[in-house]
Design a protein around this ligand. Structure first.
Ligand SMILES: O=c1ccn([C@@H]2O[C@H](COP(=O)(O)O)[C@@H](O)[C@H]2O)c(=O)[nH]1
Ligand SMILES: [Zn+2]
Ligand SMILES: [Zn+2]
Length: 591
């Protein structure tokens, strides 16, 4: 059923700086015997989106929402489980700007009751991040953190141990549904060497997994993971469980691609992916399941999904509450904790003012409003190593290093990490023929999205297109909105998510008008030369160090005979990509 909800004035929202009111027609949620709320790829955005009304609820509001939803489910004798599938870190000042990183974030995160959670790839890029998962996050959610295919070298004992239990069996409180749950990470290879990510295909052949799926007292297999729902990894897990249990329902929750998506594997197996950056709270319900005391319904279980826009107005609607009855004491306290953390970290400190919006994929590239054109024509021209000042350089950056758009107006301490949180610096190889350097960029750009959304290939040659392109149409279609405001002259639709998935086009709770997105290349480049009108013969080939492996592969393809391990060196020591952008903003964008 659709209802029109008038969104309330910002004064009523939890954050003092929450954006102006919007109105939006909403689709309702259908509760079932077993209900789920799902977040993924929150990347530190626990304060919500301060500049986008559609996504302006914070983690405190989400705590109130989960509590009220659980109350609603339980009042009907049903169950509710809260799931998170990783990439909780890197991408927002609330995580990245503290010293050490993450101290405020983990203290905020732990207040949500999460029934099952797992790790993303971002938890594993650096040694201290994965150790914080082992020593802080997993204990904070004791018994609920699962790591079916991740081991870590314990910092005290130096032994390789599972990051968390491999799986868990439990029975739901109200319905008595017996669940066996797993927690996977996709076949990630970019982790620091203190962790081991076992391939999904070999993990599912291990004895513990084989025994777990042979358990006959199971009403539902629950597979949560930082894995795209349309992926070879989830397909393999589905097939393995099905080969043993032909009839048991399987619910998957996934992430990593930052899209809303829903996969149907068979009539009793579905997977939900719930976007990114606290824009989306995924909702699933299942009805007709067997339990300790009842049989599966004759017609089979019914699965329903909904993608909830993360704002108070959706929350009020779905809980049938209002600004007086919705918030819980705990939720309000967590919103205050977030506000205090933001103040301590001075996240509203202004470094400069953007003269206009700069988009990642809302405009075609190149374009004066493309963030990549801005980088190529302006920011990257500040990449210059003092010791190489007289040598032309071709600078290569992966577009995936940029994580979010820049809105016109203040560029804050928070924006610094929202736009690019990565600490990678630059490296270079000298005396590269200019034509070969250009060819390397062309080769990189003729590959699938290896440098933007996926690093699962461990191949030593450049992978063929099909190998890495996880359902690219989904990546392009189900992109997030920028929630631009339409003037309040009636129930006009707000631009936003218009998701198309395996169940159709009715998944989003909020009915939006669509937004067009454009593909961007894997890499951009800028030639830095005193004599820009003339093509140099040779250049310093400068690249962000995160992509060295790919640059080296492309160089091989371009017949450039360089041993990157021996012949590359640091360029502009101590400069991270994040700081390059920040320094440029401070210098050029006066308010
Ligand atoms: O140091 C880094 C780390 C990551 N990236 C980019 O991010 C994606 C992975 O992010 P997800 O949130 O897991 O999708 C990776 O493919 C790179 O494009 C980076 O540029 N630098
Ligand atoms: Zn992510
Ligand atoms: Zn990821």
């Amino acid at each position: 059923m659709l209802s029109l909800l008038w969104l309330l004035p910002s004064a009523l929202a939890a954050q003092p700086s929450a954006p102006d009111p919007i109105s939006a027609p909403l689709r309702d949620l259908d509760f079932g015997q077993l209900n789920f709320l799902h977040t993924t790829d929150t990347h530190g955005w626990l304060a919500g989106h301060l500049q986008e009304p559609s996504y302006s609820a914070d983690w405190g509001d989400y705590i109130s929402f989960a509590t009220r939803m659980r109350e609603k489910a339980e009042s009907q004798g049903q169950d509710l489980l809260v799931i998170d599938t990783g990439d909780r870190v890197e991408g927002n000042g609330l995580y990245d700007s503290s010293e050490p990183k993450g101290v405020y974030l983990s203290d905020i995160l732990r207040h949500q009751h999460i029934d099952l959670l797992t790790s993303g790839n971002h938890e594993l890029y650096k040694q201290n991040t994965s150790e914080a998962e082992l020593l802080v996050t997993a204990p904070n959610f004791r018994g609920n953190y699962l790591a079916s295919n991740i081991d870590i070298i314990h910092p005290s004992t130096k032994e390789l141990v599972p990051l968390a239990p491999r799986f868990k069996k439990f029975t739901t409180k109200n319905q008595g549904i017996r669940i066996v749950a797993f927690g996977f990470l996709f076949d990630f290879t970019g982790n620091y060497n203190n962790t081991v990510v076992h391939k999904v295909s070999s993990t599912i052949k291990e004895d513990w997994f084989q025994e777990a799926i042979r358990d006959k007292e199971v009403d539902l297999f629950l597979v949560i993971g930082h894995v795209p729902v349309h992926s070879p990894e989830y397909r393999a897990i589905f097939k393995e469980i099905r080969s043993i249990r032909w009839d048991t329902p399987i619910q998957f929750f996934g992430g990593h691609q930052h899209v809303r998506d829903y996969a149907q594997y068979d009539s009793k197996s579905f997977g939900l992916a719930s976007g990114r950056f606290m824009e989306t709270v995924g909702f699933m319900s299942i009805d007709g399941l067997a339990s300790k005391t009842s049989h599966q319904s004759a017609a089979g279980p019914v699965f329903k999904r909904r993608y909830i826009d993360n704002n108070l107005f959706s929350y009020y609607h779905h809980t049938e509450l209002d600004q007086d009855t919705f918030p819980t004491e705990k939720g309000l306290n967590v919103s205050r904790l977030i506000a205090k953390a933001r103040a301590d970290l001075r996240l509203d400190q202004i470094h400069g003012c953007a003269p206009h919006d700069l988009w990642m994929s809302r405009v075609q590239y190149p374009d004066p409003s493309s963030i990549y054109t801005w980088l190529e024509t302006q920011v990257l021209h500040d990449v210059k190593d003092e010791s190489r000042v007289d040598t032309p350089a071709l600078v290569i950056v992966n577009t995936g290093a940029i994580r979010f758009d820049i809105f016109q107006g203040p560029f804050t301490q928070d924006s610094t990490f929202i736009v690019s949180p990565f600490t990678s610096g630059f490296r270079y190889v000298k005396d590269v023929p200019y034509e070969k350097a250009r060819l390397i960029v062309d080769i990189l750009n003729h590959q699938p999205q290896i440098l933007s959304t996926d690093e699962s290939s461990s191949s030593t040659t450049l992978a063929p297109l099909e190998q890495l392109a996880y359902k690219e149409d989904v990546i392009v279609q189900n992109r997030p909105s920028f929630a631009e405001q339409i003037p309040m002259s009636g129930p006009a639709l707000v631009p936003g998510y218009t998701t198309k998935d395996d169940a159709g086009t009715d998944g989003d709770d909020t009915i939006h008008s669509p937004i067009t997105f454009y593909r961007v290349p894997n890499c951009i480049r800028a030639l830095i030369s005193a004599n820009a009108s003339e093509a140099p013969e040779t250049v310093d080939l400068v690249y962000i160090d995160f992509i060295e492996k790919y640059v080296a592969m492309a160089a091989k393809f371009a017949s450039l005979n360089v041993d990157f391990a021996k012949e590359s060196d640091v360029y502009m020591p101590h400069l991270s990509f994040t700081n390059l952008i920040l320094d440029w903003v401070k210098k050029h964008w006066k308010c």
